[in-house]
Design a protein around this ligand. Structure first.
Ligand code: GAR
Length: 214
């Protein structure tokens, strides 16, 4: 069977970019049939942008703050995605809302990783360490990570993959974050590969993973 051409992806980051690195490594190791066409960040100092530049990946700083109006910003964003023939947008620690026009143009083709089991501990203002603090404050016994389809709101689209981790009695925000991050680094590349293989089908909020024929 001929190998499919790599799925062209854009990775959006706002911070360190460890999820970007996990995608990059999965591609390098031959576990993920994708190509990072570009990395986009709303923050010029994002570690993820530096990583992209060091590894010869197109890295672009673009933020609504640079534009007089949202319409121009949205158009620029759409042009970037079109110009780089992006097939899947991956939000990997990206903390800005995606404009509605982009969500509509890339319907069911934008995914996000969230460091909790949605719909718990999600929504505007709940990101990064704040999520783990909220999980500890609530006294949860399990938490985890969710990869979900992106819609017009924060963290509300249907889950594609969710995986749990235990919350231990002596956990701090840092220990919990690192246990969850380990899971994130597994399930985000895995989800992208499912898209690359054309194994995802979506009905309403429900996302199905098509199994191979026996
Ligand atoms: C990750 O834990 C990701 O799940 C989280 O930000 C971190 C980014 O880490 N995203 C959110 O909280 C989005 N709501 P990274 O920059 O090292 O990939």
């Amino acid at each position: 069977m001929t190998k499919k051409s790599p799925l062209s992806i854009a990775v959006f980051v706002s911070g360190t970019g460890s999820n970007l690195v996990s995608i990059y490594n999965a591609i390098q190791n031959g576990h993920l049939n994708a190509k990072i066409a570009l990395v986009i960040s709303n923050k010029s100092t994002a570690g993820g942008l530096m990583f992209a530049r060091e590894n010869n990946i197109t890295a672009i700083h673009i933020s609504p703050n640079q534009y007089d109006d949202m319409a121009t910003y949205t158009e620029e964003l759409l042009n970037l995605l079109k110009d780089h023939q992006v097939e899947l947008v991956v939000l990997a620690g990206y903390l800005k809302i995606i404009p509605t026009a982009v969500v509509q143009m890339y319907k069911n083709k934008i995914i996000n990783i969230h460091p909790a089991l949605l719909p718990s501990f999600g929504g505007k203002g709940l990101y990064g360490k704040r999520v783990h603090q909220a999980v500890l404050d609530h006294g949860c016994k399990v938490t985890g990570a969710t990869v979900h389809i992106v819609d017009e709101e924060y963290d509300t689209g249907g889950p594609v993959i969710q995986e749990c981790v235990p919350v231990l009695d002596d956990d701090t925000v840092e220990t919990l974050a690192s246990r969850v991050l380990e899971i994130e680094h597994k399930i985000l590349p895995k989800t992208i590969q499912l898209f690359a293989d054309g194994k995802i089908s979506i009905q309403g909020r429900r996302v199905f993973i098509n199994r191979d024929e026996p």
